[in-house]
Write a protein that binds this ligand. Sequence first.
Ligand SMILES: C[S@@+](CC[C@H](N)C(=O)[O-])C[C@H]1O[C@@H](n2cnc3c(N)ncnc32)[C@H](O)[C@@H]1O
Length: 299
Amino acid sequence: MAETPALAAALAGAAQAGRPAHLGLMHVLMAADTEGDARAGLQGAILAAQGEARQRLEAVQRVWAVQPQAWGVVRAVLAEARHDVAAEEAGAAVARWAKTFDQLAADRPEAGVALYALGDPALLAAASAEIVDALAGWGLLGPDRAVLDLGCGIGRLTGRLASRCGLAVGADVSGGMLAEAARRSGPDRRASYVQVTGRDLRAFRDEAFDLVLAVDVFPYLVQAGEGLARDGVAEAARALRPGGALVVANLSYRGDDGRDAADLAAWADEAGLRKEAGPERPFALWDGLVFRYRKDGRR
Ligand SMILES: C[S@@+](CC[C@H](N)C(=O)[O-])C[C@H]1O[C@@H](n2cnc3c(N)ncnc32)[C@H](O)[C@@H]1O
């Protein structure tokens, strides 16, 4: 068996307090070179651990037993959604991500938008409901509100937002994801889906929305070029009404929370947004790092 430093770190993370078992399993499966290495590493870590750490690792093993597809799902998505590509021009990167997500929409739509749900629709539904409930708890939803779900993917959040707002627009660079979102969308006419260029939000007029929500989408802008991410924040600010909110869940996958916080603070400042809360990890089912900003003025 090959327990690489990456696998050892993932196993240590899975044993830590506060990490849900399905997230621990996702990181272990991402870090292992083979399914056998993941199984052997997990078993070895259980035998070596004590007390609550051992119980948490056993919980990871139980999740894997009831989600036997997890290895295949995680590895298939990782093989398609490559983050380790050589430097490329921003337009080329946006086009590559659009193509990647078109393919994921066809192959593995649910795992493609939220790998941590391991392809389990019930887990994805619970994690999605938790995000929308938090937005409601922060006072950001209501029948008089218009919401933009930027990088909406299959619309798992857009549909839920529509049922709690006057209007919810899902925007995405991937036509495949938008087609999947429209197919899954119920008869609720408060939800609609729009394809965007991936470089701006020119499809939307100034001050059109009360909330711009970006869940796990800024990492693709940052990866395509920090200028693109900065422009994304400026475009979100332009599309917000005075008093409206920008909520970003995960700015990047760089693994540096301090750098993410500093970058977003600078871009938001340039765009005339002020920090309201975060960064924080407010969810039980997902470890997304959430930032909340507000455009000055009254709604
Ligand atoms: C990981 S998925 C998350 C989808 C959704 N927010 C969710 O949480 O279910 C990322 C989504 O962002 C979209 N995306 C990537 N780059 C984008 C860009 N520059 N502009 C708009 N959408 C983009 C992808 O097509 C994909 O649907």
